[in-house]
Write a protein that binds this ligand. Structure first.
Ligand code: SF4
Ligand code: SF4
Ligand code: FES
Length: 701
């Protein structure tokens, strides 16, 4: 499809809005009620453009057509934009446009030479009943982004509009947000362009005076962030979209840190369990106490009765020192994590077929994919990646397929070209059907499949399994469209939010292998929900691999096997790192049973959880990501620096492991840098194996 925007000829593969077509070449048409997480609405009338022979239209809800010639600025358009902005300013109170200058509305007011002038505010429209969200509807410009986001994305009906015309008001259910059914997701803050709905922390504190460049450790995307400090307290975390293209929307990254940082369960000093409560102690005593318990267990039962379970994301240096403490000092190879507890089957499928579990494409190259094929609930655990994919799809060069089993609308659905929503039990069958077509129509890559001799038996097996399946009948048309799209367009990037469904992960991996048409073509990004700790695996937190994914020749247990042995009373000492061990719904009961049977549990954690409250004999406090220096490894193997924004004396895990080692007469690093230099040689090794890894894979039958 050919169009001309401001005289520039452009080609698009699919119909997208004029607004997004312009954005794809860096023309930012003014907009207020458009947000790519929501369907276009067309109320603010700022995104006006002129179409030759047609006239002025709103570009957020008008789609490009072949031969269209579009003008995004001219005198008439600008005049209309100014008029429309003046209408939006009719009750907007003075001062806020200067105070919160980076709000979209305020940027536009400034750009068009306007100013908020209304002197008085209606106090009835101010609502501070919600502990986290401050509402001042004097600043509302009636874009309804909040109403739509809360209903369409979050599935709640907190906001609604009353009255008409100039008297229109957006109000919360029950008139006060604090009394409503709000679940505090803060999506409405994120989509409000005018500051009518705002973060209470930001209102109470002054706007950040200082910003620290750092990295978000909430999920494996490891987005670069800026941490805003107001009077030395963190008040705002923003994704740094200059460093990671397109990743602008992530409520997890913006707010998840508060759950731990401001938690009333936060721990600031080590605690030793006494009869009915905990006794406070200091780090030196706690570390010696831990070391002496380890020595006792080793002398009574041997080192293989001790295990490590990592349940929170750590820096690369910390993972490295932890596994070295286990392997070299304590001499146990029982090193596991939430990843191999919650996703053991998926992990094994990936390792047994393609040999890696990280992303085989750099995220900033994702826009080179012709097709992005998303499977699963990506908006829940990896919203930043969803944001990247959405924005790429809306640029009109990449087709987006989404398959999930959700029963609610998510931002990514709006941007998809083919969306299939099915029951979980149908998911694996969908991929069997696609694989069946790829083989039947001879659209697969022989060279990419290392065990091609098994192809016939696989084909017969899936042919039987998809025959006459009623759940596929209503979606045949869409499945055929997917088959055509992935046969005819390369490269494809598969983005898969796994959920430890053995059959499903096998079939998706098979689709990835079969749909290649030449080596190194398609890409895959495996994601592991809230247990997405693949970086721990690459740094040797695993019984199978030493740092750099080098196979370990020592025997040892993975996370789930540690739990299973502990259930039988065969693990005597457990070191739990983090506060998310009970994240797995599937194994929760099993883990609780296991914890009861371990003689000595030490937990290194930033806050109390069930493990700390009921099972740990020793609790050593650790910092949140805002209080850490070090490096994180992202899903696409990028090393990102984390800089300590707050220094409150809480020891980093790196120091804790280092000092435990010293107490046990093992290694002692003088600094984080010393560890980092040692990791340097592993990075080279890692890079080499990464390049050599993409050599096809084994069909999983
Ligand atoms: S409160 Fe904000 S998001 Fe909601 S309608 Fe008003 S300006 Fe729009
Ligand atoms: S915070 Fe979430 S649930 Fe609450 S009103 Fe806003 S969008 Fe709705
Ligand atoms: S952005 Fe198009 S009408 Fe508001």
């Amino acid at each position: 499809m050919k169009v001309k925007i401001d005289g520039k000829e452009l080609n698009f593969n699919k119909k997208i809005t004029i607004l997004n077509a312009a954005r794809s070449i860096g023309i930012d048409i003014p907009s207020l009620c458009y947000d790519d997480r929501l369907s276009p609405y067309g109320s603010c009338r700022l995104c006006l453009v002129n179409i030759k022979n047609k006239g002025i239209v709103t570009s957020c809800n008008t789609y490009i057509d072949d031969g269209m010639e579009i003008e995004t600025e001219n005198e008439e358009i600008n005049k209309l934009r100014v008029e429309n902005l003046k209408l939006l300013l009719h009750k907007y109170p003075k001062g806020y446009d200067k105070k919160y200058a980076d709000k979209r509305f305020h940027e536009l007011i400034k750009k068009y030479g306007l100013e908020a002038k209304i002197e008085s505010e209606d106090t009835k429209l101010i609502d501070s009943t919600h502990p986290l969200i401050y509402v001042n509807m004097n600043r509302c410009i009636n874009c309804y982004n909040c109403v739509r986001a809360c209903e369409d994305i979050v599935g709640k009906l907190v906001w609604r509009s009353v009255n008409r015309g100039y008297n229109t008001l957006v109000i919360a259910e029950g008139n006060k947000l604090g009394n409503s059914s709000c679940i505090s997701c803060r999506m409405c803050i994120d989509v409000c362009p005018s500051g009518a709905i705002e973060d209470s922390i930001l209102i109470k504190n002054v706007y950040p005076q200082r910003w620290i460049d750092s990295t978000c450790s909430t999920c494996s995307i490891a987005c670069p962030v800026k941490i805003g400090l107001s009077n030395n307290d963190p008040s705002l975390v923003k994704l740094d979209d200059k460093k990671l293209k397109y990743a602008t929307d992530c409520l997890l990254g913006e707010y998840h840190w508060e759950d731990t940082y401001y938690s009333i369960e936060r721990i600031y000093y080590p605690l030793i369990r006494a009869e009915n409560n905990f006794l406070k102690t200091n780090y030196d005593h706690a570390i010696n106490y831990l070391a002496s318990n380890i020595k006792d267990i080793i002398s009574k039962y041997g080192p293989d009765k001790i295990g490590f379970l990592v349940a929170n994301r750590l820096t690369m240096e910390e993972y490295y020192v932890l596994q070295k403490l286990g392997r070299d000092v304590i001499k146990t190879n029982n090193i596991g994590s939430n990843l191999d507890i919650c996703f053991k089957d998926d992990l094994n499928n990936l390792l047994n077929s393609i040999g890696f579990v990280h992303s085989s494409i750099a995220l900033d190259k994702l826009d080179e994919s012709k097709v992005v094929f998303v499977v699963g609930e990506i908006d829940r655990y990896h919203p930043a990646l969803s944001s990247i994919i959405r924005k790429i799809s809306l640029q009109g060069k990449t087709s987006l397929i989404v398959i999930d089993s959700l029963n609610s609308n998510k931002p990514i659905h709006n941007a998809s070209d083919i969306y299939i929503n099915v029951d979980e039990s149908t998911m694996a069958r969908i991929f069997k059907y696609i694989n069946y077509l790829l083989i039947k129509e001879n659209r697969y890559d022989r060279e990419y499949i290392n065990n091609i001799e098994n192809l016939n038996s696989y084909y017969k097996k899936i042919e039987n399994e998809i025959k006459n399946k009623e759940d596929l009948i209503p979606i045949y048309e869409k499945l055929d469209a997917i088959f055509r799209l992935i046969s005819e367009n390369k490269p494809i990037t598969f983005i898969v939010e796994l959920n430890n469904d053995n059959e499903l992960s096998k079939e998706i991996i098979n689709t990835y292998l079969l749909s290649n048409n030449s080596k190194l073509n398609n890409k895959i990004i495996p994601l592991f929900g809230s247990c997405d700790l693949i970086d721990s695996l690459y740094m040797g937190v695993s019984n199978k691999f030493e740092p750099g994914l080098k196979p370990s020749n020592k025997t040892g247990l993975d996370g789930l096997s540690i739990i299973e042995k502990a259930e039988k009373g065969e693990i005597k000492g457990l070191i739990v790192v983090g506060n998310s061990l009970l994240n797995s719904n599937l194994y929760r009961e099993k883990i609780l049973k296991a914890l009861k049977r371990v003689d000595f549990i030490a937990q290194i954690t930033p806050k109390f959880d069930i493990v700390a409250k009921y099972y740990a004999k020793l609790i050593i406090p650790s910092p949140t990501s805002l209080e850490k220096d070090g490096h994180y490894l992202s899903i696409d193997m990028k090393i990102r620096k984390s800089n300590k924004a707050i220094d409150n004396g809480i020891k980093q895990e790196f120091n804790i492991f280092n000092e435990i080692s010293k107490s046990l007469n093992g290694f002692y690093y003088k600094s984080n840098e010393e560890v980092w230099n040692e990791i340097g040689s592993i990075n080279e090794y890692l890079n080499n194996i990464l390049i050599n890894k993409f050599k096809g894979g084994y069909l999983l039958i």
